[in-house]
Ligand binder design. Sequence first.
Ligand code: PMP
Length: 392
Amino acid sequence: MTEKTQYLAEKVAEMEERGETWDLRTLQTPSKPNVKVEGKEAILLAANNYLDLANDPRVKAAAQDAIDEFGMGAGSDWSIAGYMEVQEELNQAIADFKDTEAGVSFQTGFSVNAGVLPQLLEDGDVYLSDKLNHGSIIDGVRLSPADVKVYDHTDMTSLEETLESVHEDYKRMIVVTDGVFSMDGDIAPMDEIQDLADEYGAMTYVDDAHGEGVLGGGHGIASEFGLEDRIDFQMGTFSKAAGGFGGMLAGDEEVINYAYNTARTWLLSAGYPPAIAAANMKALEIIENEPDRVEKLWENREYFVSEMESMGWDTGRSETPIVPAMVGDSNKAKELGNRLFENGIFALPIVFPMVPRGEARIRNQLSAGHTEADIDEALRVYEEVGRDLDLI
Ligand code: PMP
């Protein structure tokens, strides 16, 4: 450590004291409902693998075949010489899946928000952003020359007041929101947001990272609310329900053409391996053809939430397979996380800056792959440890 970087060690020490550092746990198996972590068998309630596709044999085979056909690396940025046939097919599959005119895959979901949002508006324009939007949206709008106004979380009165106060002073407006909020598991009232946006002539941008595979029979939030041809920008990711990797953007032809021709994250970063594109395409096909998975996911979610609540756990605003167990204090949430883990339940404590200070929690995420026995065991441990720590 040099004298110049000493301050970083001090910062980490302060974060440790507040319980705000990450204890990384190493998996010795694929991400699936039952994993081995650091030598210990555990039920995984911490993954975004909603439809249990991360380890699906058909998805793996699609990737393996694509490695044989296209090799491992993309060889270059997609914009230069890394754009392959399989990528072109995936873009069309995205449009079909989202029921939009066009689609394009991005390196990650983060890179859609951090790359596209900076390009959509100019000086004299404004973003209206939900207070609890994902960090990638916060970074994306900050990188834009446009102003940003934050409205209260899913509060339509606050959104309307903000639209009313800005609409005469700015040229263009975009209302940007998570579809499903990643730390609370609640759903943006997208129909009301769209109506308000239309009333004031604003565009809409939705982050569907936790809605795909979950809402709208698996097709996401636009399908849930029947807004496929009204939302202007639909961002998504393959890293969650699709069990793969990479981001996506769906919308009209001009939206997609503009996005990949201007987003620096798309233009100046290597394309992900072509095998990933093949796996992503297979996952979309499975989601389309196996609606039972989505139904099972919701059954598991309903069972877990109702049992947790009757035990006395506060599950916050959850409306989806993201189910927080609210704790408050960061160190207490970490203690709960450790105790759950000792008892074979791997569910991660979420602390600042993921959530505001004082709102630390364990975030549970259900999967279609969990069995009733898995959920019963998780509930048994929650009850035992919750009573022990005086949380229920
Ligand atoms: N938006 C939201 C709401 C997310 O939860 C995430 C993933 N943490 C992202 C964007 C980023 O997606 P990706 O993992 O594909 O970068």
